[in-house]
Design a protein around this ligand. Structure first.
Ligand SMILES: NC(=O)c1ccc[n+]([C@@H]2O[C@H](COP(=O)([O-])OP(=O)(O)OC[C@H]3O[C@@H](n4cnc5c(N)ncnc54)[C@H](OP(=O)(O)O)[C@@H]3O)[C@@H](O)[C@H]2O)c1
Length: 338
């Protein structure tokens, strides 16, 4: 098999392809011939050496794959050779052969392509957990999505559209036209304007009911101020810590200046909720992921959404894939094709 390794922390060219013997599935696992592997911002942070959840370097990154089962381990119910599937992998997804525990593997619908399937797990589960499970999104709610053009951002927009929420999204101006066509109500050029003032103006000073923030830093205090009474704020990332292509402790320190501090008394008196989500800390609760994914796949089945795959690149161009994401050029998903 061919795998992409992070051999040392650094810029995208540290990613290297290596050959290894095909693995044999352990008991409870299936082996998948991979047709597409998802690239996520976490892989970028892992490559830079600033992702706390990553194993120690060297390792093969990758949280999600889609392909076809070619071997089934002992004690695996329901799956057989030839099944078209997608799976969540706890690292190791940048590989053309992957073994995964069967509980992290899902059958694809007949009309679900491998590229669509590989674009689902991380982005749509994260968005679903934030909006539906923790954020209690209701029709008519006003939702502010930061990084609306990114993988998770676009998934969040799709789910908001399905529920019937009113959406405000921050994004680089070049992504606005695409986002508006995909159903975003208000596109905010946060790079040239202060998003807090813009949202206050657009809502007549009311604020919003739900905010998803993966940028962090300067956004932190502004988000809280923008919450309407009974508003919910979900934190799920700190992209602004990865603004260069190599690790910078100065960037990390700068974050501390903006760290918010919410006391229980303040939260009570403000009628606001602040929450955090980390999908990568739910490996012991794949039962939750299975339930949520069932709903996501049902929406896919009803053609209520299709993930937007911006680019597919061969394994040899993995460095280009990481540059593309870090240069903020992607709209939606970037995939590697073995
Ligand atoms: N907690 C979880 O479970 C979980 C799961 C998935 C992802 N995440 C986190 O969510 C964030 C987004 O992930 P993603 O896969 O959707 O990434 P993505 O596709 O790269 O999108 C992120 C978008 O955020 C915007 N952005 C704003 N400031 C940025 C900065 N300093 N550096 C890079 N991008 C910046 C960019 O859009 P503009 O050009 O429009 O600014 C970019 O397109 C990441 O921080 C990731 O680690 C967390």
């Amino acid at each position: 098999m061919r795998q992409i390794w992070i051999g040392k922390a650094g810029p995208p060219n540290v990613l290297q392809i290596q050959e290894a013997p095909d693995p044999t599935p352990h008991s409870g696992e299936v082996r998948i011939r991979v047709a597409a592997s998802g690239v996520n911002f976490a892989d970028v942070m892992g490559r830079m050496g600033i992702y706390p959840d990553a194993p120690s370097i060297p390792y093969v990154p990758g949280y999600e794959v889609a392909g076809e089962i070619d071997m089934v381990g002992q004690g695996v119910p329901d799956f057989k050779e030839g099944d078209k599937v997608f799976a969540m992998t706890r690292f190791g997804g940048y590989s053309d052969v992957v073994c995964a525990p069967f509980k992290q593997v899902y059958k694809r619908l007949d009309w679900m392509t491998a590229t669509d399937a590989a674009a689902l797990p991380v982005n749509y589960l994260t968005a679903y957990m934030m909006l539906i499970v923790m954020g209690s999104l209701r029709p008519g709610d006003k939702a502010l999505i930061h990084g609306a053009g990114g993988g998770v951002g676009l998934a969040a927009l799709d789910i908001c559209n399905i529920i019937g929420a009113e959406t405000f999204g921050t994004a680089s101006p070049g992504k606005h036209q695409f986002l508006l066509q995909r159903g975003l109500h208000q596109a905010i050029d946060y790079r040239n304007r202060d998003f807090e003032g813009v949202v206050q103006d657009l809502t007549g000073g009311r604020g919003v009911d739900l905010i998803l923030d993966s940028v962090g830093g300067k956004n932190w205090p502004k988000n809280y101020r923008l919450l309407a009474p009974s508003g919910r704020l979900v934190y799920f990332g700190v992209s602004s810590m990865a603004s260069g292509k190599q690790r910078s402790w100065l960037n990390a320190l700068r974050m501390l200046v903006w760290l918010p501090f919410y006391t229980p008394i303040k939260l009570m008196n403000d009628n606001k909720a602040v929450m955090g989500v980390n999908l990568g800390h739910l490996w012991e609760r794949v039962d939750l992921l299975q339930t949520w994914l069932r709903q996501i796949v049902a929406w896919y089945d009803e053609a209520l959404f299709r993930p937007h795959v911006d680019r597919t690149l061969p394994f040899e161009h993995v460095a280009e894939a990481h540059h593309y994401i870090q240069d903020r050029k992607n709209i939606g998903k970037v995939l590697l094709i073995p």
